[in-house]
Design a protein around this ligand. Structure first.
Ligand code: GDP
Ligand code: MN
Length: 378
């Protein structure tokens, strides 16, 4: 789950990381009012969960409240990387002297958090990382000890941060680490971290990404989720505890277990098509959940055939069969449904499906092949 810049900055503030004064707005009239209240030049910033808002024209400086209002109207009509802009953040404009980068992420290679800094932050950070990786400094954070003072000093030194900012830099890095730990984040990032004309060090932009698997420990954060930014099918899937991820192909898949789901997607590709989705109904899914999963797949208009691939362990094939039949009670799909159910209570499942005039294919191989062939016939 990703947080918006304005949400991230609110959390930064709580942890002692200085941010520009500002407020979020969802109408251009309130943008004008906020700009008046701030009483300075402002920056109007699209709140979308996407990188590169600046380059897309979603971050604009305004000299007057009237200009801020006009710009807000323009920005709120934009889509950035397919995401509609419904809100803007209005911040006091900062006179930027220098843009740095500071963030904490998960280093998957070393299985540790990593703090990353660069003396050259800002909108070109990706290019810098690509073309001059030596300008990006990375230090792993040991889990047992946490972020150590000497590590932060080392970052300050290698980024040539002037000495008078070191104390504040320490506090900011520590704040980021506290947020990373306490919120079960996978990314906390300040880009740019700026030195301002009036000698402040502050987070001009903020990004926090949370680990969905740890969200149950943070009920208060779940409310920060912005459903406008998400796929409606994925939102619906979450309600049923289903793991659904939309893909680009046309073979819908319903599988139990992430490993089998991925293998199923591979098989679809092997036979020459692309999966429309990843969908794991999980272990021990009952008929209700299966029916919901099936409806979700069928609600995607890209889907030209459905492959249901179940290997019953904890999951019972007869429960899955009941769920499928239940869903078919309400919707009559015009596309081929290919079923393969093996394992726990497979015989009972097959019988139920046969009574409902649904054929079950014997092997995984055959099922995947059929699912792909029926797309090409469609
Ligand atoms: P991003 O493009 O989505 O990362 O959005 P940012 O919030 O990082 O803004 C992009 C760029 O806009 C920054 O790197 C700055 O160069 C510029 N910018 C943002 N806020 C201000 C501001 O208050 N004053 C000035 N002068 N530039 C700003
Ligand atoms: Mn940025």
């Amino acid at each position: 789950m990703k947080l918006h810049e304005y949400q991230s900055k609110q959390i930064f503030s709580k942890f002692g990381i200085p941010v520009p004064r500002g407020r979020v707005a969802s109408s251009s009239a309130s943008v004008k009012q906020i700009a008046e209240e701030l009483g300075s030049k402002v920056v109007v910033k699209a709140q979308v969960l996407s990188v590169g808002r600046g380059k897309a024209g979603g971050v604009r400086l305004a000299d007057t409240p009237e200009t801020a209002e006009t710009l807000a109207t323009q920005i709120m009509g934009m889509t950035i990387n397919n995401l509609p802009v419904y809100k803007v953040l209005v911040d006091e404009a900062i006179n930027i002297q220098k843009e740095l980068y500071l963030g904490i992420a998960i280093d998957r290679v070393n299985s540790l958090p990593v703090i990353i800094a660069s003396a050259q932050g800002g909108i070109d950070i990706e290019e810098i990382a690509q073309n001059s990786p030596e300008k990006i400094i990375k230090i792993n954070i040991p889990l047992l000890l946490g972020l150590r003072e000497y590590q932060i000093r080392s970052l300050a030194l290698t980024t040539d941060l002037p000495k008078n900012y070191w104390r504040l830099f320490m506090a900011i890095a520590n704040g980021l680490w506290q947020i990373f730990k306490q919120y079960d984040a996978t990314l906390v990032e300040i880009n740019p971290l700026v030195i301002s004309g009036d000698s402040r060090l502050l987070a001009l932009d903020g990004k926090i990404e949370l680990d969905d698997n740890a969200l149950f420990r943070h009920p208060d954060l779940v409310e920060l989720r912005d459903l406008d930014m998400e796929d409606p099918i994925e939102i619906e899937a979450r309600k049923y505890g289903l793991t659904y991820i939309r893909m680009n192909g046309d073979v819908g898949c319903m599988v139990n277990g992430a490993g089998l789901a991925m293998t199923t997607m591979d098989m679809i590709q092997l036979f020459g098509s692309e999966p429309a989705n990843f969908l794991d109904i999980g272990g021990g899914a009952g008929a209700e959940k299966v029916a919901a999963a099936f409806r979700l797949i069928l609600s995607d208009s890209k889907v030209k055939s459905v492959l249901i691939n179940i290997f019953g362990g904890i999951t019972r094939c007869d429960e899955v069969a009941k769920g499928i039949i239940k869903a078919l009670d309400k919707i009559k799909p015009q596309i081929p449904i290919i079923l393969r159910l093996e394992g726990n209570n497979a015989k009972e499942g097959h019988e139920l499906l046969a009574r409902a005039k649904l054929n079950v294919v014997d092997s995984f191989n055959e099922a995947a092949k059929l699912a792909v062939e029926s797309v090409h016939k469609a």
